[in-house]
Design a protein around this ligand. Sequence first.
Ligand code: ASP
Length: 438
Amino acid sequence: MRIMTKFGGSSLADASQFHKVRGIVEADGDRLFVVVSAPGRREPNDEKITDLLLQCAERRRTGLSFRPPFARVSERFRSIESELGLNVGMERELADIEHAIESGASADYIASRGEYLTGLLLAEYLGFGFLDPAELIAFHDDGTYDDETTQRWCQKLSVKERVVIPGFYGRKRDGSIKTFSRGGSDITGAIIARAVRADIYENWTDVDGFMMADPRIVENPRIMELVTYSELRELSYMGANVLHEDSIFPVRRARIPIHVRNTNKPEASGTLIVPDGSMGVQRRQSEVTGVSGRTGFTVITVTKDNMHKEVGFGYRLLRVLSHNNISFENCPSGIDMMSLVIDDRNLKGKLDAVISEIRQDCEPNTIEVTSQIALIATVGKGMVRAKGVSAKLFGALRDAGINVRLINQSSSEMNIIVGVEQRDFEAAVNAVYRAFAK
Ligand code: ASP
């Protein structure tokens, strides 16, 4: 068994968090690869190391002294080193970084130093080796991630184990340091997990896992213990994310499960994200895995007599969207009508042009525009086999006095999407959650 373990910023915020991390790594001898973020907040008003480093870069750029934020960065690393009784040569490392900032080092280089120093500290604390991701993770000259070269560079991992690797950065071919977008240590973890053919990618953070619904809407929602990659995709495209979205793809493709766990509560079971078709998913009790949703949609409904016999009607309608560079969420249809559900952010300033082009290209009988619509996705692989899921869903909405404006069920039968008026959004999410949370 090979476990690739990634710890987020809150898990490494200070010496006492490092202590917890060591306890976790040592509790299972299969935790052979460790990827780290830079120290995050110790309490809600605290500063993240990466934010402070980016402040250093910004202040230098605008001609202000970078020393005040740099002093706060230095202080935090010094205290972790001394409180844990380590000696990684922190003073020299900090002096080198300070010198690099003075000499005009790039913002990416400066931002990456949080992960770099954290990696040095944790490697010594665990008695693991240290591997600089500048030797593993490659970027193209234009700054995009270079997967092909990364896979080649990562071959050196086949003869390594018990190593700590800083997350968040790599290097371009010219040797300069390049970071992923914010939160990108998750991506490093996923790439390393795939490279070492890990059996599992553990992602340790400060939450118990993915919740069945947004806690800002539903009070104290349950944690999803088991979710498939495709269910998660359906849920996260409309709701809050615990993981960096780009971190999913490398491990999903390699069929490696991700286990999201809480460093502050290692006894909690967390959320296990598994490939579709994995054992255990079939045995799962509930038919619905989670509920998510978003407000801010507009529905354009087009009707035309005998539409269902007209060849190319759908093509002409969707062509209008493509011509205006608009993507759509979904497209519920009836025999002589088709609706387009569009995110308002994509439609901004373009509605009038879209309507007049539909009039011209499709010659419809009517076009109706309904704005301020919220979509709610009720997601679960178990729906395919369960009877009465939609009865329960629509019964719950009826009991809550909510009018359903549109319905869409994908043919994979993994989700049912309903559209409701925006003012009913929160009540609808709560009603659906309560109907399915066991
Ligand atoms: N430290 C970086 C950030 O704050 C990357 C990460 O934590 O994943 O965005």
